[in-house]
Design a protein around this ligand. Sequence first.
Ligand SMILES: [Ca+2]
Ligand SMILES: [Ca+2]
Length: 147
Amino acid sequence: MVSREGKTSADSIAFIPVPPPVDPVGHGPDLIVTDLLAEAPDEVHPSVWLFQGTVVNQGSAVAGPSQARLRIDLNNDGTWDYHSTNNTTGSLQPDASEVKQWVGIASMIPDGIHFIEICADIQNSVAEIGEKNTGNIVFFQRLRIVD
Ligand SMILES: [Ca+2]
Ligand SMILES: [Ca+2]
C-alpha cells in the first residue's frame, strides 16, 4: 500500500519503449494490442489507477469475440503480481479496434519501474495469422513529486 501522506497529487508516468513485434503476412484476422496506457491517480481518486490498451484487428478477415487480459509485474522482477479478470472484446472487422480498460485495481503500486502486459485473445479463440504478436508490453515508472 502506498502512503499518500506528505505527497502531492503530481504523480506521473514515464514509459520506456519496447520494440514492436514483426507483423505476419497472409489472409486472416490478426489481433494486436496498441497504445498501452497507465494513468496514475489524481487527488480526488488517490487509489484509482487506469490501465488501458487498444485491441486492433490488423488482419484481412473478421476476428470473432475474444478475451483480453492485463498483467502487472511490480518492480520488474519477473513475477506477475496482478492478473486481471478477462475483459471481453467484441467481434472486430479488419482495421477495427476496441479500447479495453481496467480501472481502480492497483492501489498497491509503489514508486519504481514496473512492467505491464496486455494480451488480446488470451483464450486463443481466434485463429490468427499471427499468434505471437497478440500481446504487448510496456515498462512504466511511477514517479512522485514530493513537497
Ligand atoms: Ca489467437
Ligand atoms: Ca495476433
